[in-house]
Ligand binder design. Structure first.
Ligand SMILES: Cc1cc2nc3c(=O)[nH]c(=O)nc-3n(C[C@H](O)[C@H](O)[C@H](O)COP(=O)(O)OP(=O)(O)OC[C@H]3O[C@@H](n4cnc5c(N)ncnc54)[C@H](O)[C@@H]3O)c2cc1C
Ligand code: SF4
Length: 490
């Protein structure tokens, strides 16, 4: 019997195509799983429909209410192991033939072997170096064994600079954007109709589609990143400017997570730029670290930490997500850093890493928003949000709800960090240096109130000894905590 390959969102590119027939299902119930950004709904539908059109006669394409309507009872399907627990369960429950997963630099079995052979907590940096040595990515051969290109594994001291002083943007060319076509117009009309009928509820703006929905567009986006932004990626990786929403980031996470680009393609291209002397090692290593390190790392942790990992709540954070975040209502937020970031998410369904981690994540950590809810919120609000990418990033790295599996300490920061790495504070009615009174910065005061609240849970963490010593030295600790309690209701 000839099997039909059932492909999932996340498997829409060439890596997942070995020829032969493909089953694609657009299920409307997927748009109702939780709060969802309209740009994300648009991107996913556009990508599925474009893929079906490209495959032509090779595609068996269905637009239905539920995926089960199409796959239940079939015995002719095979899958490349899909990227979420729910999809894996469904594929196995109908007896589909299962091939090993693809779309990452390292395989699942390889990672398990590596992690099982280690004693103690697996560490991303060790994994990253193992990936580099094993694959030869960005490695030089010096006769005595392999050494990392440029002589070191890490170029953080060159990277992660603050934004240029008094600049409103990095001054780079406008990124390449896709041109919408008839498929996009059809998707927009469908979403309008379903929303008007109350069948789906989406938030955020559905402006022109900004992220690649086809392999061809993903290649153009990659070319554009390499030509225009790669050189500045490393130095400004952590910097933020109000007038520059993309900075020098690649904007490739959505096409990567849709499966339109393979991470090895991106890695090989940036390495070739370095070898040709056209790109600095700091930027190239930065991208290799993000893709061969972080992206693979959070993928493997998703499976290793288990489906119930998102139930963890080491800091007892139970606050519901406020309306302003659920509705992406930036105008209702006074703190300029958060307002600007949420405004950007409202407009694009995207924010860069530091906005996600140090603005939204830090805010949610300080205020004790429920980690499981935040995980779902991030999945729904970001065009690149997936089930597998979020738990380690949100529950682990950002909210420290796992008590120290992904990170070694909470990523908590006060207004001084925001003031150093962004230009937000200049346009804010609060003062990042003030923790008490009408001008008190909610991020600075929130930092101390957070430490005060979680002190019993983190007292034993030696990396928190210094911040906690600072807390004990605060002369106005009680007043700051009271003030924040009144402001947040915590
Ligand atoms: C709270 C939080 C939520 C996040 N949500 C997502 C998400 O929904 N989807 C997503 O792909 N990434 C997510 N990330 C990781 C990272 O922020 C985004 O990948 C990145 O901002 C996407 O923009 P870019 O493509 O321009 O990335 P760049 O800054 O250009 O980085 C290059 C690539 O590296 C990969 N990458 C870098 N860091 C990570 C990471 N920590 N985890 C996984 N991949 C990484 C991405 O594929 C990205 O495209 C999240 C991080 C945090 C802290
Ligand atoms: S002053 Fe505080 S609230 Fe305002 S932008 Fe700076 S860190 Fe954010």
């Amino acid at each position: 019997m000839e099997r039909i390959r059932w492909i999932f969102v996340g498997q829409l590119g060439e890596t997942f195509d070995d020829g032969g027939r493909m089953l694609l299902v657009e299920a409307r119930s997927d748009l109702r799983r939780g709060p969802m950004h309209r740009a994300k709904a648009h991107l996913i539908l556009s990508a599925i429909r474009h893929r079906a059109a490209e495959l032509g006669d090779r595609a068996e394409f269905h637009q239905v209410e539920n995926i089960d309507d199409i796959v239940a009872g079939r015995n002719d399907l095979e899958v490349i192991d899909p990227p979420s627990y729910a999809e894996r369960t469904l594929a196995r429950s109908i007896g589909a033939a299962v091939l090993p997963s693809r779309g990452f630099v390292t395989g699942e079995a390889e990672f398990t072997e590596w992690a099982d052979a280690r004693k103690g907590r697996p560490i991303m940096e060790d994994f990253y170096r193992w990936v580099r040595a094993r694959t030869g990515i960005l490695m030089d051969s010096d006769g005595s064994g392999n050494t990392p290109a440029g002589g070191q594994w890490n170029f953080d001291h060159e990277n992660r600079q603050p934004p240029p002083k008094k600049a409103v943007s990095l001054g780079l060319p406008e990124p390449w954007w896709p041109e919408e076509d008839d498929i996009d117009r059809e998707v927009r009309a469908d979403l309008d109709r379903w929303q008007a009928a109350g069948e789906i509820q989406l938030v955020g703006e559905d402006g022109p589609r900004r992220f690649a929905a086809t392999v061809g567009e993903a290649q153009r986006a990659l070319d554009d990143f390499i030509e225009s932004r790669l050189g500045d990626f490393g130095p400004f990786e952590d910097a933020t400017l109000t007038g520059d929403w993309t900075m020098a980031h690649s904007l490739l996470s959505a096409p990567l997570n849709l499966g339109l680009l393979d991470p090895r393609q991106v890695i090989d291209r940036v390495e070739a730029e370095y070898r040709a002397g056209r790109a600095p090692i700091g930027s190239v290593e930065g991208i290799v670290r993000q893709l061969g390190g972080w992206r693979d790392w959070v993928w493997h942790l998703y499976w290793r930490l288990g489906e119930d990992y998102t139930d963890r709540n080491a800091l007892g954070a139970t606050e519901p997500i406020p309306r302003e975040l659920l509705e992406l209502d930036a105008s209702a937020i006074e703190a300029n850093c958060l307002s600007q970031t949420i405004g950007g998410v409202r407009e694009h369904g995207w924010a860069h890493h530091i906005q996600r981690l140090m603005i939204i994540g830090n805010w949610a950590l300080q205020r004790g928003y429920d980690p499981k809810q935040m995980n779902a919120w991030f999945i729904g609000m970001f065009v690149d949000g997936t089930e597998w990418v979020m738990p380690a990033n949100v529950v682990g790295m950002s909210l420290f709800a796992d008590g120290g599996i992904v990170g070694t300490k909470p990523y908590a920061a006060g207004g001084a960090y925001v003031n150093k790495m962004t230009d937000y504070c200049g346009g804010c009615r609060f003062n990042p240096k003030v923790r008490l009174g009408p001008d008190a910065c909610p991020v600075t005061a929130g930092y101390w109130a957070f430490l005060d609240r979680v002190e019993p849970a983190i007292r034993g963490n030696f990396r928190m000894a210094q911040p906690l010593a600072g807390l004990r030295r605060l002369s106005d600790r009680e007043q700051v905590v009271d003030q924040e309690r009144r402001r947040t209701g915590l």
